[in-house]
Design a protein around this ligand. Structure first.
Ligand code: ATP
Length: 306
């Protein structure tokens, strides 16, 4: 594995004697999209503000490309692109003019780099229109383009899907994934809604009351030994149910054109073969895996996420 782009080491924040962040330790690697998930008030923004030097660290440290944000701020922060509050954009200027205006403040940004970031967030078409006419999603993407201008190795986005409609969320998702792959950037995306970030993240860290309570890979494959609900759509649910109950000694439920039973991964081929041997037509097989959502709710302990 490559060196981490960012390391959190025993990171703590106390405000007026109240511990807000209670010691976070985790690494984020180049090319990965890391979801920072937790209910409102869990401590996401406080952590992010410390990561980018907007808030003083009480104890511990954040290393960016090995440089301490506390003691080597200039060297550390030059690797970071972030949208923590809404990015400042001028609505009466075009997208391109906004980027050019911002680029003037950073030494060494070429015209080519401006074109490159426009392409990275898919804004080639509307880039010469005034930002005032952009949708919220387009403005977010322009903000991301701006944050990418100086080729950061880590990009931090605080609630980037907030306020976006489903198509805006899909777009942001796609561009964030693309740029992690194409630019090998480590991306941190915070959210209080698992459903909005699940599809774009490689790993998700869940924070509750200032502590990380779980870090999960999103693509954890189905365990051979784990029982999952298997839905089988077929032409004769009665016969299908009978056949499987006899052969496998399992409880089989019926739901419309489906039969549902609990099975392990390596049992599924046998189940299908058994149905086919009885000349039952199968139209579809769907395995409902215990989702991260269930895990999240289990860990959070209630439904206060939304
Ligand atoms: N300046 C402050 N003074 C006192 N308490 C604070 C201060 N800033 C944050 N907090 C408290 O710290 C906790 C974490 O807040 P934070 O904003 O980091 O949470 P969050 O996970 O980002 O939530 P949200 O999604 O609502 O922004 C909250 O309980 C909040 O009330």
């Amino acid at each position: 594995m490559s060196n981490p782009a960012m390391q959190l080491i025993g990171l703590k924040k106390t405000i007026r004697n109240k511990p807000i962040i209670k010691g976070l330790d985790f690494n984020i690697y180049p090319g990965e999209v890391f979801g920072f998930l937790g209910p409102n008030g869990a401590g996401k923004t406080t952590t992010i503000r410390m990561m980018v030097g907007l808030m003083k660290i009480t104890e511990g440290d954040v290393l960016i490309e090995g440089k301490s944000i506390k003691t080597d701020f200039k060297e550390a922060i030059k690797h970071v692109g972030a949208i923590v509050e809404n990015p400042e954009m001028y609505p009466f200027m075009t997208g391109r003019k906004n980027l050019e205006h911002y680029a003037r403040m950073i030494p060494g940004i070429s015209k080519e780099r401006i074109n490159e970031v426009i392409a990275l967030v898919g804004l080639e078409k509307p880039i010469n229109e005034k930002v005032g006419r952009y949708s919220l999603g387009m403005r977010q993407r322009l903000g991301i383009a701006q944050a990418l201008l100086h080729k950061p190795s880590i990009l931090i986005l605080d609630e980037p899907t907030n306020g976006l409609d489903p198509s805006g969320i899909r777009e942001i998702r796609r561009y964030i994934r693309d740029l992690a792959e194409q630019e090998n950037v480590a991306v941190i995306v915070s959210s209080h809604l698992l459903s909005e970030i699940e599809l774009m993240c490689d790993r998700i860290g869940i924070i509750k009351n200032g502590e990380i309570i779980a870090i999960n890979s999103v693509n954890d494959t189905m365990e051979q030994t784990e029982l999952n609900d298997v839905y089988i759509e077929l032409d004769n649910v009665q016969i299908g149910k009978q056949q499987l109950e006899q052969q496998f000694d399992k409880e089989v439920r019926m739901e419309k054109d489906n039969i549902i039973l609990s099975a392990k991964k390596d049992e599924i081929p046998q189940i299908i073969k058994s149905l086919v041997s009885e000349n039952i037509n199968i139209y579809g097989v769907y395995v409902k895996r215990s989702s991260l959502e269930d895990k999240f709710l289990e860990l959070i302990g209630d439904n206060t996420i939304e």
